[in-house]
Design a binder for this molecule. Sequence first.
Ligand code: ATP
Ligand code: NCN
Length: 224
Amino acid sequence: MDIETIIEQAEKKQKEIYDKKEKMERIALMGGTFDPIHHGHLVIAEQIRCEYHLDKVVFIPAGIPPHKSNLQVADAKHRYFMTLLATVTNPYFEVSKIEIEDDQVSYTIHTIKKLKKIYPENTELYFITGADAICDLDTWKDVKELLHLCNFIAATRPGLESPLIDEKIEELQSKYEAKIRKMDVPALAISSTDIRRRRKAGQSIKYLVPEPVEYYIYKNGLYR
Ligand SMILES: Nc1ncnc2c1ncn2[C@@H]1O[C@H](COP(=O)(O)OP(=O)(O)OP(=O)(O)O)[C@@H](O)[C@H]1O
Ligand SMILES: O=C(O)c1ccc[n+]([C@@H]2O[C@H](COP(=O)([O-])O)[C@@H](O)[C@H]2O)c1
């Protein structure tokens, strides 16, 4: 099947999930630059979905990532399509265009406020981040309000010691009375930075990203 057909199917699936939205009560949001999306992202999203009995996980590619605005990132359209391709086979995964359709910096507080207006009042939102992101949560826009609007789940990530994450979570919880939980996920030392570096060096990225994403990267000459 060609990439265009898979993308078409993925967009159809988005609509079907979206139409069911009034029945959803526990939704996880997985924000990221996804430049590109890789198996590390998918593993943490699926594990958290299962362990927290969530109705779905919404992947939200950032339009202008707040902490990466001085870095060059691939066009939002490419990052959106790769996220669609990576998630199409999971009926519980959805991709939102909410941040890429906005020309402002993609602050999570703005996204959460917009989504709270869309979802029914009883919906509980969980924002998934890697443990590295938790460590600099203090620097996020309107962090106090954000932590009151949304639960956070910090997935462990190779390179960050677990006690350090526990300490950080405790600190944030007492400072902001926040609801943050840690989730131990199988260690996958995969990062988008490493995938881009490998591509630039002409090395293989096979098995680090889903196959259709790998194909999309080659077809569109990304990260050379
Ligand atoms: N292998 C991984 N294990 C656990 N969490 C991860 C992993 N890769 C990414 N994440 C988390 O997923 C979220 C979105 O990640 P992002 O799109 O920035 O990918 P990244 O691999 O960290 O990218 P980059 O290397 O370009 O910084 C972040 O909160 C990040 O911490
Ligand atoms: O709102 C903020 O201030 C903020 C600061 C840094 C990161 N974020 C969000 O965290 C997610 C992961 O970001 P990144 O840069 O690791 O891809 C993504 O959804 C970003 O929009 C949000």
